[in-house]
Design a protein. Sequence first.
Length: 354
Amino acid sequence: MNLLTVIHSIKTNKLSLKSLPAALLVMCFLMLTGCNKPQSSVNATYIERLSSTVNASPTQPTPLKQLPLLQPPPIAQSDLTLSIVELAGISQCKLNVLISEHNNQLGKTASAAGQLKYQINFIKSAQVCLNTLDKNSPSYTKILAAKNYKETHLMYFFNTMLFNEPELNRTWQLTSNELTTEPAGFSDTVFALKQLVLIKQQIKAKEFSTINSDSIFSALEQLNKFQFNQALIQSVRMQVVLNNNATQFVKTLNFNTLCPEDKNNKNAKIISNVFQKFYLKEIQPYQAQLTGYLEVLQPLYNELWFNESISSPQINNLVKTGSTSNLLNLLKSSAKKHVVWWQGFYKTCEISPI
């Protein structure tokens, strides 16, 4: 039985995986799932082909560096507490149940996102509760003070979520994952980030009653499912480095050597073919795809991360709107610089790019 027959038998449930030898199982798995190389491997092949044609050593791309987040600065802790008697006195309020649930073991081990959700729900429930209490009662005074404290520091809890939740903080961490040419999760990621951006805007505008705290976890669930942001930023940063490296390499080439007057320009035609085959047909369309994603997502990155207490200068530079050093403009400018060299090449060597 040949390998293709084995695979067909597996697909039609006529053959059990348990009955296959380990080596054959691995081969079947590879053929069934496919072996997808990272997109940056195309860039590597591009440089290798150019360097071998002109008999020159390729330059090595600069390794990416980790993008750090900063620890959220501490805030003054509130010492406001409600006694059992005072809690019983607000039994008519939803706030009573909320505080009780938060004070149990589950509340004490809540994640940063859970803590943010609690602060939001407390603020919303506290206002409703205050409307039912005597303004001269100790409970009213304590609940009002707690509400004011939480409103004042709500952005701290939001930033703590950005810093601590892996669905968010790994946005800036290095990864081996690069976006494929047909990635999943773009629209879901956009929707999730818009939910978080809306919450942040409502906090900044002090529109606490309009915040939907349930959308916090629904957004994190979508971000965790696809991990699109981390792969996109990794891919963009990688393509910028590879563009710059490719440009650095071609700038070492001498036009007089590539296409001397009245002599054979065979090498020039070969590297032109390499440029068209790898850069124009594969690398450029992929980078255009990344650009399209960034044009939608970069404004959301800016809304979430720019100039926050947890954002390092490196991250601020990458998300700053209008900056020449933000992710989108770095990708565009690095690609443009590389293409400009080739435009000079075609003009000097009098070779048609078509």
